[in-house]
Design a binder for this molecule. Structure first.
Ligand SMILES: Cc1cc2nc3c(=O)[nH]c(=O)nc-3n(C[C@H](O)[C@H](O)[C@H](O)COP(=O)(O)OP(=O)(O)OC[C@H]3O[C@@H](n4cnc5c(N)ncnc54)[C@H](O)[C@@H]3O)c2cc1C
Length: 270
C-alpha cells in the first residue's frame, strides 16, 4: 500500500497552534492514517473493506475489542513548546521518542509561563492534586501573578549573571524555575497517543497539560478521523465499573430485549 496522504492533515502540517501564553503545538509529520489501520488489520484478518462505513465498522471492532496493534502502524510527530512543569508530567509517557532542547548546550530563553487570573483557583477540597472552581479575588490573583513574574525575572537575571562569569551553562541553569519554557520533538504511535490523550484530556489532569492535549486531539482527529471517532466512542467516553457497581446495575437492569446487546453481553444478562 502506497504512502498515505490525508488532505485534512496536510492542511495543518507545520502550522503552529498557540497553547498557554507562549507555548505551541505543531504537527511536524505523520505516517499512515485510517487507511493504514484498515490495511494492517486486513493483513491479520484476511478480509477486505471497501466503504467508509465498513472501514469505520472494522476500526470500531478493533478499538472495542482491544486489538490495538493496527493503531500502532500510525505515527505522529509533534513539535511542542511547553513549560517544564508540564514537560515533567508529559515525559511520564514512556512509549514516546523525544528530543528536547538542551540547557547544557544552549542558553535558555527568557520565556516563562505566567497563568492568567481566571486560571488561578483555590486548592480543591475533593481532589488533592487539583484546583477548585473558585477563583482568587482580583487583588490576590494580581499579587500571585506579580510574585511569579518577579521570581522569574530575578531567576533569569541570576542566570544571566552566572553566564556572564562564564559559568558552564549546565550549572547556571539549575536555579531556573519550572515555569521556564522548553521545546521538544515528540513522536508516538496512535495507540499510545490515544492512551496519552485519554489520561491528559481528563479533568483530573492539570489544566495546563489539558490545553496541549486538546490541540493534539484535534490534530490527531485530522490524521485518523475514523480511529479518533472510535477512540471517542469506546475509550474516551467509556466508563469502567467496579464489580460492586456492575452487580448493583445488574440487579436493576430490565430483563427484556430492549437492553442493548453490548450491555447484555458485558453484564452477562440472560
Ligand atoms: C491525573 C494524573 C495524575 C498523576 N499523578 C501522579 C503522581 O502524583 N505521581 C506520579 O509519580 N505519577 C503520576 N501520574 C503519572 C502516572 O502514574 C503514569 O506514569 C502516567 O500517566 C503514564 O501512564 P502509563 O504508564 O500508563 O503510560 P505510558 O508510559 O504512556 O505507557 C503506555 C502503556 O505502555 C505500557 N508500558 C509502557 N512502559 C512500560 C514498561 N516499562 N513496562 C510495562 N508496561 C509498559 C503500559 O501498558 C502503559 O499503560 C499521574 C498521571 C495522571 C494522568
Amino acid at each position: 500500500m502506497a504512502h498515505v496522504v490525508i488532505p485534512d492533515a496536510e492542511s495543518v502540517l507545520d502550522k503552529e497552534f498557540s497553547v498557554l501564553d507562549k507555548g505551541f503545538v505543531r504537527l511536524v509529520d505523520y505516517l499512515g492514517g485510517d487507511e493504514r489501520i484498515v490495511a494492517a488489520a486486513r493483513v491479520s484478518y484476511g478480509k477486505g473493506t471497501k466503504t467508509v462505513r465498513e472501514d469505520q465498522g472494522l476500526i470500531n471492532y478493533l478499538m472495542r475489542n482491544g486489538h490495538t496493534s493496527p493503531f500502532e502502524q500510525v505515527i505522529l510527530t509533534f513539535h511542542v513548546k511547553l513549560p517544564i512543569f508540564v514537560a515533567r508530567q508529559w515525559v511520564r509517557h514512556r512509549t514516546a521518542r523525544l528530543n528536547e532542547m538542551s540547557g547544557r548546550y544552549s542558553v535558555m530563553k527568557d520565556e516563562f509561563y505566567t497563568p492568567t487570573e481566571s486560571t488561578l483557583r483555590t486548592q480543591s477540597a475533593v481532589n488533592k492534586q487539583g484546583r477548585s472552581e473558585e477563583t482568587l479575588s482580583v487583588e490576590d490573583a494580581g499579587a500571585v501573578i506579580a510574585t511569579l513574574e518577579a521570581g522569574q525575572k530575578d531567576a533569569y537575571a541570576h542566570y544571566q549573571a552566572m553566564l556572564d562569569k562564564n559559568l558552564a551553562r549546565e550549572v547556571a541553569r539549575i536555579g531556573l524555575p519550572l515555569s521556564l519554557y522548553t521545546e521538544w520533538y515528540w513522536q508516538m504511535d496512535l495507540n499510545n497517543l490515544f492512551h496519552f490523550l485519554r489520561l491528559r484530556l481528563d479533568e483530573h489532569a492539570q489544566w495546563e497539560i489539558r490545553q496541549y492535549a486538546a490541540i493534539m486531539a484535534d490534530l490527531t482527529r485530522r490524521v485518523a478521523p475514523l480511529a479518533y471517532a472510535a477512540f471517542e466512542k469506546y475509550r474516551l467516553s467509556a466508563v469502567s465499573l467496579s464489580t460492586e457497581s456492575v452487580e448493583w446495575l445488574k440487579e436493576r437492569m430490565p430483563k427484556d430485549d430492549d437492553v442493548p446487546r453490548e450491555i447484555r453481553e458485558k453484564f452477562k444478562l440472560k
